[in-house]
Design a binder for this molecule. Structure first.
Ligand code: SME
Length: 161
């Protein structure tokens, strides 16, 4: 199946998940499972969420699929995760070995995308995906992952967590 078709199919499947999931937590659990299973180059898929009330702010590992990571709590001044959450911008790294911010999760990881999640305009967390393939996150993948992050943000706005 061409990548564009696979991306479109998964986009429809995450839309269905967002409609069906009773809570944001449930949506995040189902979403990481779907993305990890269906997108063959998404080798680690997980959410980091800002811990409410913690100063300085810290990102805490939430639902994920893939190998356990040593990075369960990430301050905003560390890692690609910290960069995405503190800037509110999607960060795509085609070759993690060339990015000094990178915190290693698996030695096999070659590229990474981190997309912030907004609730009422504020960053509350992010969706982080690692790939064993260099430059895996082309424009169509970026759009899919950003769509996923928007769905989670909307769910957080409209349902209990
Ligand atoms: N690579 C991330 C850390 C999280 S692990 O990839 C799961 C970073 O540089 O922030």
């Amino acid at each position: 199946m061409p990548v564009a078709d696979r991306v479109e199919e998964v986009r429809m499947q995450v839309n269905d998940l967002a409609k069906a999931a009773p809570t944001a937590r449930e949506l995040m659990q189902r979403m990481v499972k779907l993305l990890h299973e269906r997108m063959l180059k998404y080798n680690w898929v997980g959410f980091y969420m800002l811990e409410p009330g913690t100063q300085p702010p810290v990102l805490v590992l939430g639902a994920f699929e893939g190998a356990m990571t040593p990075h369960t709590r990430i301050p905003l001044n560390q890692g690609i995760c910290g960069a995405a959450a503190s800037s509110g911008q999607t960060v795509v790294v085609d070759d993690v070995s060339r990015d000094p911010r990178y915190l290693a999760c698996s030695l096999e990881t070659k590229s990474e995308i981190v997309v912030p999640i907004f609730v009422y305009g504020e960053v509350v967390g992010e969706l982080d995906i690692d790939s064993h393939f260099a430059a895996a996150f082309t424009r169509e993948h970026q759009e899919l992952v950003q769509h996923c992050a928007i769905l989670v943000g909307k769910k957080l706005e409209t349902s209990s967590r």
